[in-house]
Design a protein around this ligand. Structure first.
Ligand code: C2E
Ligand code: CA
Ligand code: CA
Ligand code: CA
Length: 279
């Protein structure tokens, strides 16, 4: 009897130990990777549904590992948040994205995306000097504040003690704020009354089955109505088909992002960007 209950528990703790050992190893590797310049940003288009024109790009981080190749942020961003490295990595991401966006503006003029979206984690948002980090990235790159959109999750806004204050500081700089993965966190529409927010990024899960009448379509419709009513801009995430794009446009969405319009790439080709207008 004792053997029967003891064994699974033993195996469980062993797995847990292995897990935390692996996390610690990965954490140390990330530190070395940052020093060795192994991180890179890729950019995914956010396009206007009515015209097909490029409205913005979202910067997404990649780890170019010498042996493992391209490592997904889903694998290392949570570890970097845990060990605090995300603060330094995040500052690098901000500086790199702002410099790249300013360079596109200088080189391409009106063909450049009007904005760049940068993901910011809960840990960064809770950090007292974060608005100064943003301010310095803007000043050093010469990118106008209104060209930067900071993407935060609802959970990050709830968690961080200083998060709300930070968002107000960012707004004071003239930076825009987007709520990422909207509708999936500890979400409450009440948040929209207290958080200074400009953009709602409607999560892919609501877009996935939008062409079939059902709950997803109902929620996607409700979210575009809330956005419009509050004077916010809605962006539909994870659009993979022309049918989804057409349906979102029909519902009133004006901006969308997803593989249908373009995957994240290191150097988007703005000159011949193959984005198709819905109308
Ligand atoms: P996210 O911010 O929600 O980013 C969107 C993710 O969805 C990206 O994955 C993007 O490549 C993917 N995606 C875009 N369109 C489609 C589509 O049509 N279909 C599907 N199946 N996927 C699509 P990625 O680049 O692997 O990033 C995953 C997550 O990692 C991000 O989710 C974000 O939470 C985090 N992340 C990425 N870059 C950064 C960063 O620079 N800083 C921080 N703090 N987090 C980041
Ligand atoms: Ca995002
Ligand atoms: Ca998202
Ligand atoms: Ca997501």
């Amino acid at each position: 009897e004792a053997k029967g209950t003891g064994k699974p528990f033993h195996r469980f703790t062993t797995e847990l130990d292995q897990h935390s050992t692996e996390q610690a190893r990965l954490g140390a590797e990330l530190r070395a990777a940052l020093d060795a310049d192994q991180f890179q940003l890729v950019y995914q288009p956010i396009v206007s549904l009515p015209t097909g024109s490029l409205a913005s790009v979202e910067a997404l981080v990649r780890w170019v590992h010498p042996e493992r190749g391209w490592v997904s942020p889903a694998e290392f961003v949570p570890v970097a948040e845990q060990n605090g490295l995300i603060v330094e990595l995040g500052a690098w991401i901000l500086r790199t994205a702002c410099t790249q966006a300013a360079d596109w503006r200088a080189r391409l003029g009106t063909r450049a995306p009007a904005r760049v979206n940068v993901n910011v984690s809960a840990r960064q948002l809770a950090e007292p000097g974060f608005a100064d980090v943003v301010s310095a990235a803007l000043a050093d790159s010469g990118l106008p504040p209104s060209c930067l959109v900071v993407e935060v999750t609802e959970t990050a806004v709830f968690e961080g003690g200083r998060a709300l204050e930070t968002l107000h500081e960012l707004h004071a700089l003239g930076v825009l704020v987007a709520l990422d993965d909207f509708g999936t966190g500890h979400s409450s529409l009440g948040l929209l009354q207290t958080v200074p927010v400009d953009v709602l990024k409607v999560d892919k899960s609501f877009v996935d089955n939008i062409t079939m009448a059902g709950r997803h379509a109902v929620i996607a419709t409700a979210l575009i109505n809330v956005s419009t009513g509050l004077g916010l801009t809605a962006v539909a995430e994870g659009v993979e088909t022309a049918e989804q794009a057409a349906e979102l446009h029909r519902l009133g969405y004006r901006l969308a992002q997803g593989y249908h319009f373009g995957k994240p790439v290191a150097e988007p080709d703005f000159g011949t960007a193959e984005v198709t207008a819905v109308v």
